[in-house]
Design a protein around this ligand. Structure first.
Ligand SMILES: [Zn+2]
Length: 262
């Protein structure tokens, strides 16, 4: 599932392709992706509008139109953008196609159709209505410690909970906890301020590193466990066997040698 680094990479992709261009025509192939607005209204609101500015909050990407409305997109389990020239092959599973005045098309592609696309007037209000916490890359150290300290759960669950901090999911919570040497099931109340403060730094470092490597697992540093998830590989630090662990219904990976239970 796309998490903060993936969505930031999508946002930058949009900035380097479709941003600044005018939408001439909209094709909606999967009406089920359109939420909180009718497909007809979405189509009308996007036509002849220019994509002026993009933002990201957690796993959501927002694009401001010259009408001041915001197009909001969540990528579900499998979504991404693809930009192509007219005449080129349209990607499979295109959910929505924005045909631009320059002859190119921006496709929102979603194989499993679990994403969502909507239109909002106020981005901040949308974030509030969904009770999303501060963005994981923007949150300051004190808020990070305060929010996690009051969560009363296991650290992996607390990091994945979008109402606490927005953007981290199953995959990046594994990486952050591995880099921090913290067992995923550690109760947050057992982590002292110093550990939480260093966890804040680790969170930033992991997310920024992933973005710099285009969130591509094959390009991540060799000391990351993301490329080793999903198979019984060895820990890049101690060479012990990585193990599966179930937390909040999600299957994560960790190293029992480097992440001791507390
Ligand atoms: Zn290890």
């Amino acid at each position: 599932m796309p998490e903060l680094p993936d969505v930031e990479v999508f946002r930058r992709y949009l900035d380097s392709t479709a941003l600044g261009h005018e939408i001439k025509d909209v094709q909606i192939r999967s009406e089920g992706l359109i939420k909180d607005v009718t497909p007809q209204k979405l189509k009308k609101s996007l036509s002849d509008r220019t994509l002026e500015e993009s933002r990201r909050h957690g796993k959501y990407c927002f694009v401001r139109l010259d009408s001041k409305d915001w197009l909001v997109m969540h990528f579900g389990m499998t979504g991404f953008f693809h930009y192509f020239k007219s005449g080129e092959q349209e990607p499979d599973h295109s959910g929505v196609l924005l045909h631009l005045e320059n002859g190119h098309t921006l496709a929102y592609v979603s194989q499993r159709k679990l994403g969502r696309i909507g239109l909002v007037q106020d981005m901040r209000e949308y974030i509030r209505e969904r009770s999303l916490g501060p963005d994981a890359l923007e949150i300051d150290k004190d808020s990070f410690i305060k929010i996690l300290s009051r969560s009363g759960s296991m650290i992996k669950s607390a990091l994945m909970r979008q109402e606490n901090i927005a953007g981290i999911g199953n995959v990046y919570s594994d990486e952050i906890l591995f880099q921090a040497g913290i067992h995923p099931k550690t109760q947050v109340k057992n982590l002292d301020q110093k550990t939480l403060s260093s966890l804040h730094q680790t969170t930033r470092r992991v997310l920024e590193t992933a973005i710099n490597k285009s969130a591509d697992p094959s390009r991540l540093p060799s000391e990351f466990i993301i490329p080793r998830r999903g198979a019984e590989n060895n820990c890049p630090k101690c060479s012990g066997k990585l193990q599966k662990i179930k937390v909040s219904g999600r299957t994560g990976w960790y190293c029992p040698g480097c992440q001791k239970e507390q």
